[in-house]
Design a protein around this ligand. Structure first.
Ligand code: AMP
Ligand code: ZN
Length: 114
């Protein structure tokens, strides 16, 4: 799916600061960071968003969350705290239609979110 921005990043057709890769997942820094740590954790396989995940994708989604938790430790925000966000649909502001979790931390995050 070459027209998908994140598929192109995963294929290394578009540069990104990739900080983690395994067989199922890739993580890279957000180009427009909203916090000192802002990493996107994505599946290698194209899935439009969390709402498109099927029962057989549960292990993959769990793996993405586990990778995010590991990256929070590596980025040294595990103790201070962090947020894991998946924007789904227009009200959430989903703009790239390839499933991704935002890992945000390194500053106090407000709640409720905007
Ligand atoms: P969302 O709005 O949840 O779909 O998030 C998409 C995210 O992708 C935004 O935070 C963008 O800043 C980020 N983004 C867009 N293009 C790139 C890129 N080329 N490299 C890294 N992050 C990007
Ligand atoms: Zn894609």
């Amino acid at each position: 799916m070459p027209e998908c921005l994140f598929c192109r990043i995963i294929a290394q057709e578009i540069p990104a600061e990739i900080i983690y890769e395994d067989e199922q997942a890739v993580a890279f820094r957000d180009i427009n960071p909203q916090a000192p740590v802002h990493v996107l954790v994505v599946p290698r396989r194209h899935l439009p968003n969390l709402g498109a995940a099927q029962a057989e994708d549960e292990d993959l989604v769990g793996h993405l969350c586990a990778v995010a938790a590991e990256l929070a430790r590596r980025e040294r925000i595990a103790k201070s705290g962090y947020r894991l966000v998946a924007n789904v649909g227009p009200d959430a502001g989903e703009s790239v239609h390839h499933l991704h979790f935002h890992l945000l931390g390194g500053r106090r995050l407000t709640w409720p979110p905007g």
